[in-house]
Design a protein around this ligand. Structure first.
Ligand code: ADP
Length: 468
């Protein structure tokens, strides 16, 4: 096992990896930007190295500085967390070239799955269902129109290098396709420096279902069940659950097997997620594979009892998985809420600032993942995720009640957050019934923002739930 690893990330995920290192008896070095000098991961690390100023491109995306920090502090491996360099094939290669183990898949695997259009090709060849769309990259707006007319509308124009819902536009009819193409291209170029685009039929009102995969370097691949991540705002997840209550056992088996097939087709190792959209008729389609640990991995940990980050580190060290598919048992139900420093009532504008007062919810089945502490600063330089609240209970209804209780208890003063918004939405009958799709928030956000907290609190929860 590694003696020392470098954590090339910040916030809650840096702390999550650091805690894992402690449990595994590994020393943790944290690479940080000047904006994070007072952060909890930096304070708790065995050693911390400043890799540059606040803007990400000068620090958390500064590949040379990170590799240098790892070498100087005697690290053997680098954990990239999620976001930043976690799916950057060049960085994985740079680590390898410098004798550092990248805690994730190889540069080749990242490349293979990171190019979404190429990943579609691979899935198609291996009989994993993909969304009907273009067979290869689309050259220009004229060609986009020709292909989209054949696919049928609505059509999604998607960036091959896409992530975080960026570089994606919908064309509802032939008239809108050229504009959608140009807008997606401009956004993809500015966000990823790569304007390659492809087309997919837009599935109406789907569920986002994803399957957690673990594979070792000996070729063993298992799945840890699925998550339903349909609660999205502008294609960004805000609440995730495991298991997905929409799936029958038969469909669950099909979709998890398709995910394993996808990972096998790629020759995958490390932790990864195969993402699908599921339509009203129970048809599911591959959309992409993420080659890293995801924000929402804790819900899977809660229902399986498996520490995904620990497995990821073990796999990187060349150790085989310690369990087989049959050993993985799903127990109870888990829900995660992303707590963002933002103002829902001001169009969800980010709200950085100083945390004046903090109380984290607690109790049986309640887990918070956060690097916040009283008096800390939430920086304007990075994304607004401030904390994750994860609850686990025997059944889904108990999990929802536990979630409400925990959200009521959660206090972050000094900055605006979406805690109250998350609390309110847990009362929506479609959420209670587990019958919400990726368009839920688009349709319901305005209503939810208009609800008043006190009357929601007094809603008879049982009544609503039993109507489901
Ligand atoms: P990103 O990598 O930017 O997150 P994804 O391909 O994972 O992009 O898609 C993000 C979200 O966009 C999905 O979770 C889903 O809600 C929506 N989406 C993507 N592709 C489709 C599709 N073909 N039809 C309908 N919705 C889609």
């Amino acid at each position: 096992m590694f003696k020392r690893i470098l954590i090339a990330n910040r916030g809650e995920i840096a702390l999550r990896v650091l805690r894992c290192c402690r449990v595994m008896g590994i020393e943790a070095v944290v690479a940080y930007s000047t904006a994070d000098a007072q952060s909890l991961p930096v304070q708790l690390a065995d050693e911390a190295v400043c890799i540059g100023p606040a803007p990400s491109r000068d620090s958390y995306l500064n590949q040379a500085a990170i590799v240098e920090a790892a070498k100087q502090t005697g690290c053997e491996a680098v954990h990239p967390g999620y976001g930043f360099l976690s799916e950057n094939a060049d960085f994985a290669q740079l680590c390898a070239d410098n004798g550092l183990e990248f805690i994730g898949p190889s540069a080749d695997l990242i490349r293979k799955m990171g190019d979404k259009e190429a990943a579609r090709e691979l899935m198609k060849k291996n009989h994993v269902p993909i969304v009907p769309g273009s067979d290869s990259m689309v050259k220009d707006a004229r060609q986009a129109k020709e292909i989209a007319d054949k696919i049928g509308y609505p059509v999604l124009v998607k960036a091959s290098a896409g992530g975080g819902g960026r570089g994606m536009r919908t064309a509802w009819s032939s008239e809108g396709i050229e504009e959608a193409f140009e807008e997606a291209r401009a956004e993809a170029l500015s966000a990823f420096g790569d304007g390659s685009l492809y087309l997919e039929k837009r599935i109406l009102d789907p569920h986002h279902i994803e399957v957690q995969i673990l594979g070792d370097k000996e070729g063993h691949i298992v799945h840890l069940g699925e998550r339903d991540c349909s609660m999205q705002r502008r294609n960004q997840k805000i609440l995730e659950e495991a298991p997905a209550s929409i799936l029958s056992d038969k469909l669950r088996k099909k979709i998890t097997q398709a995910a394993v097939k996808a990972a096998k087709a790629a020759g995958y190792y490390s932790a990864g997620t195969v993402e699908f959209v599921l339509d009203k008729n129970g048809q599911f389609y591959f959309i992409e594979m993420n080659t890293r640990v995801q924000v929402e991995h804790p819900v899977t940990e809660e229902v399986t009892g498996i520490d995904i980050v620990r497995e990821q580190v073990r796999i990187a060290a060349g150790l085989p998985l310690t369990f087989k598919q049959d050993d993985v048992k799903i127990s109870g139900h888990a829900i995660e809420c992303r707590i963002n420093a933002e103002s829902p009532w001001k169009n969800f504008a980010p709200c950085p600032g100083k945390v004046e007062n903090l109380h984290l919810p607690d109790g049986i089945g309640v887990r918070t993942e956060t690097a916040l502490y009283e008096g800390c600063e939430i920086s304007p330089f990075y994304d607004s995720l401030a904390a994750k609240l994860i609850v686990h209970a025997q059944g889904r209804l108990d999990a929802i009640r536990r979630l409400r209780a925990a959200l009521e208890e959660f206090i972050i003063d000094g900055v605006d957050t979406n805690i109250e918004f998350q609390f309110l939405l847990t009362f929506h009958p479609d959420f209670v019934r587990g019958r919400y799709t990726t368009s839920f928030l688009e349709k319901n956000t305005k209503d939810i923002l208009g609800w008043d907290l006190e009357s929601r609190k007094s809603v008879k929860q049982e009544e609503q739930a039993q109507h489901g």
